[in-house]
Design a protein around this ligand. Structure first.
Ligand code: ADP
Length: 428
């Protein structure tokens, strides 16, 4: 608005310079008439005319001067607002900028603190010395350098209060060369704790996955060397060595399949499936596919699906994988010869399917860790049973993509129950 009115005034001023008004014509006429009384009359007319025009522009000039002065004053005033940011802080805009930042004065005392910084620090630090807010030497050093030498700096540091957190700080010096007491330091903060945790998880995951793949690979290459060398003529043992190679190759293939499944599910983690699928039909199909393996272990699978349909919004193949993983765990870790029961539960807004085995059960402190990638209670037992350590991690990810959940209940000596809960489909 202000900018527009300045431009309008300047335009008017320029227009008045070029426009010949009725007033100008009257002045010229009056000058010419007065000049006609002089001799020779032509010279008098010209002189009178010229004088009248000069007087007109002298009068207009004074108006331009006062308009120009007024414009200059207004301009200075609005520039003053920009420099002092008076208007901005009055509206609370600086405080509400969605960045945690502090402004320190030349004594390293907090002069200004944004609302986000107050949240991050869980207090209002205005008036406090920076050393009482952060103990990290890096930040104190950066503030000293900014105030003394006008140096900017960016770095990460660990803040211990109110919680241990990894923060990134950008320290910017605003130095006043004429008066050092007017120098300021701005510290913009960013909480990168989650980012660093994700980095650490990624590094761990790559290390674990490489280790898991390396173990069968080492076994395979050992067997191949044996077959090529010392056991070349030992035909009686060839089948045994080839069996080991086949088993380890299968383990590598399962591991790669599980890794690919995990990354596919993670890629779509934020997209909830919308297709209506029939849970009961999927469970029946999964059970039919696994009856053979269960029978080899002497397990009988019983289904109790209750009444009515079990329609949920879901991705069919992923739900198949959930039941495949839970039922195969019940076969692997449940006792041989004992039944496995699959039961449907209804509760407000959701359908639950539980898979119960009568195995050894799981210690309570192990339960929260079972869905971590590669976490096993006994690695030897998992590997011997063809496990990859990723089955429950996959179940957890699929359930979270379906906006559902996984519950694990176990009693030592009596077995475990794994229940997956799906939100009921709105179309049900
Ligand atoms: P794995 O491929 O090793 O079976 P999972 O992610 O499926 O990997 O399971 C992780 C671990 O949880 C297993 O190694 C096992 O120790 C434990 N576990 C899973 N299901 C059961 C169960 N039904 N009973 C007892 N322990 C189980």
């Amino acid at each position: 608005m202000k900018m527009g009115s300045h431009i309008d005034k300047r335009r008017k001023l320029a227009a008045s310079l070029t426009r010949v008004r009725v007033f100008d014509v009257i002045c010229a006429g009056a000058g010419a008439f007065a000049g006609s009384f002089f001799t020779p009359p032509q010279t008098g007319v010209i002189c009178g005319f010229t004088l009248a025009i000069a007087a007109r522009y002298a009068f207009q000039g004074r108006r331009w001067q006062s308009d120009a002065d007024r414009l200059l004053n207004e301009g200075e005033r609005s520039a003053g607002h920009r420099d002092g940011a008076g208007d901005l802080s009055d509206t609370g805009l600086l405080e509400r900028l969605p960045i945690p930042y502090l402004v320190l004065d030349s004594e390293s005392l907090v002069q200004f603190c944004s609302a986000d910084a107050r949240l991050l620090l869980a207090r209002d630090p205005v008036g406090q010395h920076i050393s009482t807010i952060f103990r990290a030497p890096s930040i104190l050093h950066a503030v000293t350098n900014a105030l003394r030498f006008g140096r900017n700096d960016s770095f990460e540091f660990t803040a211990l209060r109110p919680l241990e957190r990894q923060l990134h700080a950008s320290v910017r010096a605003i130095n006043d060369k004429a008066d050092a007491r007017k120098s300021r330091v701005v510290i913009a903060l960013q909480d990168i704790t989650r980012l660093r945790q994700v980095d650490a998880m990624r590094i761990d995951f790559v290390a674990n996955a490489s280790h898991e793949l390396r173990t069968p690979l080492t076994a395979i290459s050992g067997m191949v060397e044996t077959l090529q060398g010392p056991a070349r003529e030992d035909t009686a043992n060839h089948d045994r060595f080839l069996d080991i190679i086949a088993r380890e190759t299968g383990r590598m293939a399962r591991l790669i399949d599980d890794l690919l499944s995990l990354s596919r599910i993670e890629l779509e983690a934020n997209i909830a499936p919308t297709e209506p699928v029939d849970l009961i039909a999927i469970i029946t199909e999964s059970v039919n596919a696994m009856t053979g393996i269960a029978a080899e272990n002497g397990n009988q699978i019983t289904l109790d699906m209750g009444e009515g349909q079990g329609i949920v919004a879901g991705a069919r193949d992923e739900i198949m994988q959930v039941f495949h993983n839970l039922i195969s765990n019940a076969i692997k870790y449940g006792d041989a010869g004992k039944p496995i029961t699959i039961t449907r539960h209804n509760r407000a807004g959701g359908i639950g399917i539980s898979v119960r085995d009568r195995g050894e059960g799981i210690e309570a402190e192990q339960i929260p860790r079972l869905t971590e990638r590669f976490y096993r209670i006994s690695k030897a037992s998992s590997v011997a049973k063809g496990g990859t350590g990723l089955g429950l991690a996959i179940v957890k990810h699929i359930m979270s993509r379906h906006r559902g959940s996984l519950e694990i209940v176990s009693t030592i000596g009596r077995g475990s129950t794994f229940t997956v809960w799906f939100p009921a489909s709105p179309s049900k």
